[in-house]
Design a protein around this ligand. Structure first.
Ligand SMILES: Nc1ncnc2c1ncn2[C@@H]1O[C@H](COP(=O)(O)OP(=O)(O)O)[C@@H](O)[C@H]1O
Ligand SMILES: [Mg+2]
Length: 379
């Protein structure tokens, strides 16, 4: 006989084997008993109290079943786990029913759909991803509406965001931080050539997959420099994130270009190497002012191992006057390549110096012992 489930959440919990049928049965019994004594406890509450499932799991399943048109099926995708929460919506891992492809699906909150600017922003993001085809940028698979909600499905990147990654490791070795910066610069340089400025480059929007490939995501506030209609920045209204925004973004300039992403990527490199943001302050305003007029503390203050060459690169990426910054992502990549070559040459010179010193010490010691034994013989 088919089992009847109290709620869609319970059905999902059992289908996903978070709760066993035996546990379910036990809790049903408890619900009945509690009713008899006049209590109206839900089966979900009892499952939580019994320790069979956590409150977070119930909340996640509640959300999924609310979104799903049938159970966890939303627009042809089986929603699996909530993997990210953002300003306008939520990102889930999911499986496409027809093709079995694993995806990340971003679903816009219904309440946001009522505001035209948010919907336009959603389209801005989808259209940016649709025209960008690069291994360093998440690939768009599909977009549309599921019920009343807009969504888009993209390549699922299985790995932490750079923010989580750095926080876990405290800070990254210079070589690795430069390699990540170079990979992100390649992806962004490509986007810039396609007239697309990201405008929200920060560690949370860079994901590292399980084979260490760097992927840029979240084109939510992207600017299409070839399409005036899609540029949503109002005069004096800043987009981007407090810690990584360029001075020109803070000032609300409209003619933002690729150099703004260069500044934000420089701030991201600073974060990778030190585990700290370039500026801190009492409040957002305080930090924003520092991007425009503050003096930075050299990253070497926090990490003595950073080479002077790398400090120079970050400084030039983050010059407040954008005319004095690197002009393009290619220039950033060249500087990093030149720096690594320089570092390699310095390492080789150091190695040679050490070998010569050791050889010198060896010869010296041999002469010393020879002289010593000569003296002894003479005596
Ligand atoms: N394609 C993806 N694969 C894996 N995780 C993703 C993907 N896209 C987004 N995420 C996760 O979801 C979070 C929020 O997504 P994001 O696109 O940055 O939205 P928001 O504009 O809300 O910040 C990201 O920080 C990341 O952890
Ligand atoms: Mg984001």
């Amino acid at each position: 006989m088919a089992v009847r489930y109290e709620t869609p959440v319970i059905k999902l919990a059992i289908e996903r084997k978070l709760v066993t049928p035996v546990q379910h049965q036990q809790c049903r019994e408890l619900v009945r008993k509690s009713r008899r004594i006049g209590l109206n406890t839900s089966i979900e509450e009892i499952l939580i109290k019994q320790g069979f499932i956590t409150r977070e799991q119930i909340e996640e399943l509640t959300e999924i079943s609310r979104l799903g048109e049938t159970g966890d099926l939303f627009a042809g995708y089986r929603l699996q786990k909530l993997i990210g929460k953002g300003g306008m919506g939520k990102v889930y891992s999911a499986v496409h029913e027809f093709t079995n492809r694993k995806v990340a699906i971003k679903i816009l909150n219904y309440s946001y759909t009522k505001d035209e600017t948010n919907v336009a922003r959603f389209f801005q993001e989808v259209r940016a991803l649709a025209k960008l085809n690069h291994p360093g940028i998440v690939t768009l698979y599909d977009a549309g509406k599921g019920g009343r909600r807009y969504y888009f499905a993209m390549e699922l990147v299985e790995g932490p965001s750079l923010d989580q990654y750095v926080r876990e490791k405290k800070r990254l070795p210079e070589n690795q931080a430069l390699a990540i910066t170079k990979a992100a610069a390649e992806a962004l340089g490509y986007a810039h050539k396609k007239n697309t400025i990201h405008r929200d480059i920060k560690p949370e929007n860079i994901i590292i997959d399980d084979s260490n490939v760097v992927k840029v995501t979240d084109f939510g506030v992207v600017m299409h420099t070839d399409d005036d209609h899609l540029t949503l920045t109002r005069e004096g209204y800043m987009v981007g994130s407090v810690h990584f925004a360029s001075p020109e973004q803070v000032e609300g300039k409209r003619d933002i270009d690729g150099r703004s992403d260069i500044y934000s990527l420089g701030a991201t490199l600073y974060f990778m190497l030190t585990g700290r943001t370039v500026y801190s302050g009492k409040n957002a305003q305080d930090i924003l002012i520092k991007h425009v007029a503050g003096t930075w503390i050299s990253p070497r203050r926090y990490n003595k191992n950073i080479s002077i060459g790398t400090v120079r690169i970050i400084r030039k990426m983050m010059v407040k006057n954008r005319d004095k910054r690197y002009g393009t992502m290619e220039a950033v990549i060249d500087a990093i390549n030149g720096n690594s070559k320089l570092m390699r040459v310095v390492v080789i010179i150091l190695k040679i110096a050490i070998i010569l010193t050791l050889v010198g010490v060896g010869i010296g010691a041999e002469l010393f012992f020879k002289a010593g034994s000569l003296l002894l013989n003479m005596n």
